[in-house]
Design a protein around this ligand. Structure first.
Ligand SMILES: Nc1nc2c(ncn2[C@@H]2O[C@H](COP(=O)(O)OP(=O)(O)OP(=O)(O)O)[C@@H](O)[C@H]2O)c(=O)[nH]1
Length: 720
């Protein structure tokens, strides 16, 4: 091609040389003058009114005529172009075309519908289709050329755009499909073939429904409805079926196709295969919601499922159970056999446990060797216990791993909803607390969370605050219950008992508020307050000539407080006239047993101050004799529960006898609480217990009433 072009160029140049031999002023006649046959006004009118450029030029390429069409296409006026070389319109890279054209013309040959590019006066390219014919004089000599050029820029641009579009469609990774208004496919690109597996031949004219899974057929109605309404369906994620039957996830955008009147005549659809993306998402979601080792739901999914289950329960008035399970002795397995064996055991046990649950239940692994199960539709305690028992068995059965027989057990905490009316986090926390209790109780068992106790716990802080206020507002007071020697009828002392004069609820006995602050430090505060108030009362009575021992109850933790003896010493120092031996501190048998070393140490320090001790509720704490020996208590108080029933219950009577025997053996005094009748008193004296306290003698009374009571008692002794 290149050689041809060169040849064309050199031929044209030599032709150009020939032109130079003509006289320079010789002018080529205008087209209309040299055309022998058509030279009338009509011809000129046609030329002038033509939309095409009609131009004539000499054999040297000099323009000799230029019609308005040429002006419209190339931008130059006739005046600007007459006498100018035709080359002025040629882009540099196409200038050799002029030589080629002139060569053809010189050879008497026309150039037909030659599509090329010329330059508009503005510098913009103009696409033209040119036809060039030789112009001859009357003798038939070729004297020039006539050229008709049609502006085809728009057409070329359209074709180019269409071409680009075709390239785009065929190289797209997205399926690009068009369909008619009936849903039949009109075009199908390469990517559509790749994505759906069908060739163009197989799909043209076919309904797009062929790609729809059966359960999604109605989507086509929805899509067509939108399209007919002139609306677009944007990034609609759905599922389609490949030729090989496999399901694929696609994101489709469907737009209406309109004719030039604006009527919707079909739809174009761009479908992207998002199956890998979806799989990836599913994988990520799985990782986010399932435990990597056991493939059980993790805490996140569990919380979600529990929330749904709770909503279901609320609607259907059913009950669910949350089980918090922790394996017993799992660390030992890891330590002895290695982590991998531990892992294998976790997997084996989680399968077993899951197998012992029902379809609707959920088992989740929430960490190390901890699992949570949500059991649905638990309508009886028996059913719950049966399932929990099954899980315990599933865990306790040996597992063979790598020829090793491994055995663990599980501790399970249980709570039920809505009985335990908490949110999902609290339910798990409650089950966890119950699991801890199961561990404490010896493992390989379950413990059911006590929602009632928890409710009490909630009101506890309210009580603590309220009791603090009660102390400040002087709402607390002491009542005193006499203790007598039944044999001598002598009043041997009184026990100070706390009361709360509640502004709304009236006079409250300790059982109404002390259990609610059990374990809280306000207990010790109250204990100190009681001692202070009792000492003040003793001082008052002394002024009235009443001198008798007063016993007060110590808070359980007071005996573990090393500072207590110092506090007590300071209090006693404020009442120098009171004999410390008249102050008796009553301690609970159960709290004294808690830390025998510390307790006996504090008791000894208090004894040094001169105060006495008695052990309250004796018989309820199963103290060992060794403990009893170590506690420097002068008196044992027989718990009222034994005393009250000893007349009818042989076992209680045996305990009362036992305590009296112990007191005698250890040379302690013994006093019976809960003496309600004369018969009780007589029996106790028979058994060797002379000291007594109870409703049969007197109810507790305010301090100011004591004087009156004492004189009445002395005047009328009930025991003889
Ligand atoms: N093999 C294995 N061990 C784990 C994994 N996650 C946590 N652990 C171990 O599991 C043990 C769980 O601790 P504990 O529950 O206190 O151990 P335990 O012996 O069962 O103690 P108790 O519950 O009091 O009976 C720890 O030793 C953890 O290191 C795990 O994914 N695989």
């Amino acid at each position: 091609m290149k050689t041809n072009l060169c040849e064309r160029v050199s031929a044209a140049r030599s032709f150009g040389g020939m032109q130079h031999r003509r006289p320079p002023k010789q002018r080529v006649a205008p087209l209309q003058l040299v055309t022998a046959t058509v030279s009338d006004d009509r011809f000129e009118a046609i030329v002038k009114s033509s939309d095409d450029a009609i131009i004539s030029k000499t054999l040297t390429g000099i323009i000799t005529s230029w019609n308005p069409g040429a002006e419209a296409i190339f931008g130059y006026t006739e005046r600007e172009m007459i006498g100018q070389p035709m080359l002025r319109l040629f882009p540099i890279e196409r200038q050799d075309e002029e030589y080629y054209i002139l060569e053809k013309i010189l050879a008497g040959e026309p150039v037909s519908h030659f599509e090329t590019v010329r330059i508009h006066k503005s510098g913009k390219p103009v696409h033209v289709s040119v036809s060039i014919s030789p112009l001859r004089d009357s003798e038939g000599n070729i004297v020039g050329a006539s050229k008709i050029a049609r502006d085809i820029t728009k057409q070329v641009e359209l074709e180019s755009a269409a071409e680009q579009f075709r390239a785009l469609v065929s190289s797209s990774d997205d399926a690009i499909i068009t369909k008619d208004i009936n849903g039949n496919i009109c075009s199908w690109n390469n990517a559509a073939q790749t994505i759906f597996g069908y060739t163009e031949e197989e799909m043209i004219g076919e309904p797009t429904l062929r790609l729809f899974p059966e359960d999604r057929i109605e989507e086509e109605t929805f899509i067509l409805g939108k399209i007919l309404a002139g609306e677009k369906v944007d990034h609609f994620e759905t599922v389609r079926i490949r030729k090989d039957g496999k399901q694929i996830h696609v994101s489709v955008t469907i737009s209406p196709i309109r004719d030039r009147h604006g009527n919707v005549v079909g739809a174009s659809k761009i479908a992207r295969d998002i199956t890998p993306l979806r799989r990836h998402q599913e994988k990520l979601e799985h990782i986010a919601h399932y435990d990597g080792l056991t493939d059980l739901p993790n805490r996140l999914l569990l919380t979600d499922r529990l929330r749904q289950a709770m909503a279901l329960c609320k609607r259907g008035s059913q009950q669910l159970a949350v089980l918090y399970l922790d394996l017993d002795g799992f660390k030992q397995i890891n330590d002895t056999h290695g982590h991998d064996v531990g892992d294998a055991l976790l997997v084996a046990l989680s399968r077993r446990m899951a197998g012992s649950l029902r379809e609707a239940d959920t088992l989740a692994r929430i960490g190390g060797d901890e699992f949570v199960a949500v059991l649905m539709d638990i309508n009886s305690a028996e059913k719950l216990k049966r399932i929990v028992g099954r899980i315990l068995c599933a865990c306790a059965e040996p597992v063979m791993i790598d020829g090793k027989r491994l055995e663990v057990t599980a501790s399970i905490g249980v709570t039920t909803y809505p009985h335990d009316d908490a949110d999902e986090d609290q339910l798990m926390r409650h089950a966890d607390l119950a699991m801890y209790e199961a561990k404490q109780a010896g493992k390989n068992r379950f413990h059911i969370f006590d929602a009632f106790r928890e409710a009490e716990g909630k009101s506890r802080h309210v009580y603590v605050r309220r009791l603090g206020e009660a102390l400040e507002r002087n709402e607390l007071l002491l009542h005193y219950q006499p203790k007598i020697n039944m044999k001598t009828n002598e009043v041997v002392g009184v026990e100070a008992l706390i009361r709360w004069q509640h502004p709304d609820r009236g006079l409250l006995s300790p059982s109404a508020f002390l259990p609610l602050i059990d374990g809280h430090s306000i207990n010790e505060e109250l204990g100190i307050w009681v001692i202070g108030r009792a000492l003040a009362q003793m001082e008052l009575w002394r002024g009235q000539g009443i001198c008798m021992p007063v016993s007060v109850n110590l808070a359980p933790n007071q005996l573990q407080d090393e500072l207590f003896p110092t506090i007590l010493a300071n209090m006693l120092a404020r009442y120098p006239d009171i004999d410390p031996a008249d102050l008796e501190l009553e301690i609970l048998e159960t709290s004294a047993m808690h830390d025998i070393d510390a307790v006996s140490h504090v008791m000894q320090a208090c004894r040094q101050l001169g105060v006495q001790f008695s052990i309250d509720d004796f018989g309820t704490g199963y103290s060992s004799l060794t403990y009893l020996k170590r506690l420097p208590a002068k008196t044992l108080k027989i718990d009222q529960s034994f005393v009250r029933d000893m007349l009818s219950d042989h076992e209680d009577l045996a305990i009362v006898c036992g305590v009296i025997g112990l007191a005698t053996a250890f040379q302690r005094k013994v006093i019976a609480e809960g003496v309600e009748s004369e018969a009780h008193g007589k029996k106790l004296m028979e058994l060797g217990c002379e000291l007594a306290q109870g409703y049969g003698i007197s109810r507790p009374m305010p301090g100011p009433k004591m004087r009156q009571w004492l004189s009445a008692w002395n005047a009328n002794p009930a025991w003889s």
